[in-house]
Write a new protein. Structure first.
Length: 447
């Protein structure tokens, strides 16, 4: 395994003490990427309780596209804090909720009449998008895809296409949910060439709608335009257009999950824009409010209005503090050109990842869109046998020991992914990539 070589003499005394408290007080279920306890953060840099600084390539798992504690977000929350913390939109509505919906409607794909509704988490948005689709179509079935991740509540968990650790031991799940293969060109089904993956997956989806159920019983197909937890898998260019065509043919609602890939991450406001497809409904969360809990469903008015009064909502959905943060996020995106910046950040990462692939024979593939990029690590490029999860954990620990917070993903947990804030400086970005390279170099020598 990798040695615990460090770029500086990091202290971890306070973090170790707090970790002991964490083990005493908190169930083991929340996955621990590090044993370090954070104290503060700014931009793309975080500082732990022992005074150590790290470059953050996690972005709070894709939440902080505008960076940690952006001054405009902090100011907006502070101003709102003095006026109103909570009342519940059901009891007395407030203008900031309407303004967030207005901004979502403006940026969401589609020139048809649209509305939006706000919730707390990505899973909650997914649950309600499915509810709206069922109410509109009067059908029960939903189709999702292998390796897709849609959340941890029961409908969202049923839709999620990876059993361990998300679904293991939690069944039975919601009925009338069917799953089709997602076009993972690097790991095609046995006997299928990478060039045939699109045709195979479209055909498999059609078979699901013929053999497992009837298309006239399916309310919605939900899909990520670029898979997040599944390993930053980019679909084949023709896949999403084919799914759109199938939905149109059978009157199925197309739901695009843009929770991780949205808000500029891929170099477009939403990843689906890379494929020229317009969804009927779209779920958003994560970077919508820069760390404040806020999610939403935006899309066709006729679908969202098919839900009866009281059928969607919640106590905290669209909280005033979260709405204030979201409005600041929209302003930051416009004034700091963060969608364009995502392309610049992505190009720097892409170029370095391509160099990694040339240098290290265990880098099987580099992939992604914009700043949403990853490398998949393998023991053998010919067989594509993944590195062990323990080795992947060792790589992440070595990165943290050198001053970089990095995440993994994928079916085999062998994919290293970047979700760095788009406000990162070029110097911070290069330093983080240098740390990655140093860890990969050591892995090549002794891994």
């Amino acid at each position: 395994m990798l040695k615990e070589k460090k770029i500086q003499a990091y202290k971890t005394d306070k973090s170790k003490k707090l970790w002991s408290e964490r083990e005493r007080l908190v169930p083991k279920a929340p996955y621990p990427y590090t044993h370090l306890f954070i104290e503060s953060a700014k931009g793309a840099t975080v500082r732990d309780v022992d005074g150590n600084s790290y470059i953050d390539f996690s972005g709070g798992i894709g939440v902080l596209n505008v960076g940690h504690n952006h001054p405009k977000v902090v100011a907006a929350i502070r101003e709102q804090l003095e006026k109103l913390i909570h009342i519940c939109f059901h009891v007395m509505p407030y203008e900031s909720y309407l303004k967030v919906c207005e901004r979502l409607i403006a940026v969401a794909p589609g020139r048809f009449p649209k509305k939006a509704i706000l919730f707390n988490s990505g899973a909650e948005a997914v649950e309600n998008a499915v509810k709206a689709a069922k109410a509109f179509t009067k059908r029960q079935g939903v189709v999702s895809f292998d390796l897709g991740f849609h959340g941890r509540t029961y409908m969202a968990l049923t839709l999620t296409g990876k059993d361990n650790p998300y679904r293991a031991g939690f069944g039975p799940f919601v009925p009338e949910v069917y799953r089709a293969p997602y076009p993972y060109s690097y790991r095609p089904p046995e006997g299928v060439s990478p060039e045939e993956v699109n045709r195979y997956c479209v055909g498999a989806l059609e078979r699901v709608l013929t053999i497992q159920t009837s298309p006239h019983k399916v309310a919605a197909i939900i899909v990520e335009a670029l898979q997040g937890e599944g390993g930053f898998v980019v679909p084949t260019p023709g896949f999403l257009p084919a799914v759109r065509k199938i939905c149109d043919k059978y009157g199925i609602v197309l739901i695009l999950d843009e929770i991780q890939s949205g808000f500029g991450r891929t170099g477009k406001m939403f990843a689906v824009e890379h494929f020229g497809v317009v969804p009927d409904l779209m779920t958003v969360a994560k970077s919508l409010a820069a760390g404040m809990p806020l999610s939403g469903v935006v899309g066709r008015t006729d679908i969202l209005d098919s839900v009866d009064v009281g059928g969607m909502g919640g106590t905290y959905g669209g909280n005033p503090l979260s709405c204030a943060a979201a409005l600041a996020v929209f302003e930051i995106f416009e004034k700091e050109n963060l969608v364009s910046r995502a392309g610049e950040v992505g190009k720097i990462i892409e170029d370095r990842f391509k160099e990694f692939k040339k240098r290290f024979d265990f880098v099987g593939e580099e992939r992604g869109l914009g700043a949403m990029r990853a490398i998949e690590l393998v023991k053998n490029r010919d067989t594509k046998e993944p590195i062990s999860e323990e080795d992947a954990k060792g790589l992440l620990a070595a990165c943290a020991a050198r001053g970089l917070i990095l995440l993994k993903a994928g079916l085999h947990n062998n994919v290293l992914r970047t979700l760095v804030p788009l406000t990162v400086t070029d110097a911070e970005l290069e330093k983080g990539l240098d740390i990655m390279e140093s860890v990969l170099e050591e892995y090549k020598v002794g891994g």
